[in-house]
Design a protein around this ligand. Structure first.
Ligand SMILES: C[S@@+](CC[C@H](N)C(=O)[O-])C[C@H]1O[C@@H](n2cnc3c(N)ncnc32)[C@H](O)[C@@H]1O
Length: 177
């Protein structure tokens, strides 16, 4: 089952033209496969070739098998993506670089586990759990925050997650007299 929050965010964009979407650490494709049927051109990147092989031949999906956590530069095009989604993945040392991949006026929708989740299930390792307001701290300087949630998600199991929606754009600075 796809992420409902991600789909609601994309729905809210009321997309009419073809757009480029990056599914970052796309896993088994539960999000990008259904999105590929909606006038969306997908780049799906993950290190797990076996997972990618299951959807590499689907129309509108271009899969890239790559380890996102090495010193090597990501094989992704700068300022190319209208929308980037990241679900249930966190690698702090390089995550800020996502903003370089967004087009002007592009959107980033990020959903992953946060502090407190360890009480309910995996992940429990703090490396994979966002700290308080961390998505805002990571992206809020370069992107404009649009939506933010940090708390309980009731599904089959309870989890604690942070979800942040951001837009690339120009901050309108208020003149200072
Ligand atoms: C929990 S899954 C989430 C997958 C997908 N985003 C979803 O929501 O279903 C995490 C994914 O991150 C990928 N991943 C973990 N470390 C990675 C790395 N170093 N480079 C690329 N992908 C990685 C895994 O292969 C896995 O598919």
């Amino acid at each position: 089952m796809h992420s409902e929050w991600i789909f609601n965010q994309i729905e809210s964009l009321k997309i009419k033209k073809k757009i480029n979407l990056l599914d970052f650490a796309s896993g088994n494709g539960r999000n990008c496969i259904p999105l590929s049927k909606r006038n969306i051109i997908i780049t799906a990147i993950d290190k797990d070739e076996e997972k990618l092989n299951k959807y590499k031949n689907i129309n509108n999906i271009n899969t890239i098998c790559f380890d996102l956590e090495t010193k090597e530069e990501w094989p992704l095009i700068r300022e190319y993506y209208d929308v980037i989604i990241v679900v249930n993945y966190l690698f702090r040392p390089k995550i800020k670089k996502l903003t370089n991949l967004l087009k002007k006026d592009g959107f980033l929708f990020y959903e992953t586990f946060s502090k407190g989740n360890e009480k309910y299930g995996i992940p429990k390792n703090p490396d994979f759990l966002l700290k308080d307001k961390e998505l805002i701290d990571i992206f809020g300087e370069e992107l404009i925050p649009l939506s933010f949630y940090d708390g309980k998600i009731k599904g089959k199991n309870i989890s604690i997650k942070q979800m942040g929606g951001f837009k690339k754009g120009v901050f309108k600075k208020t003149p200072c007299y």
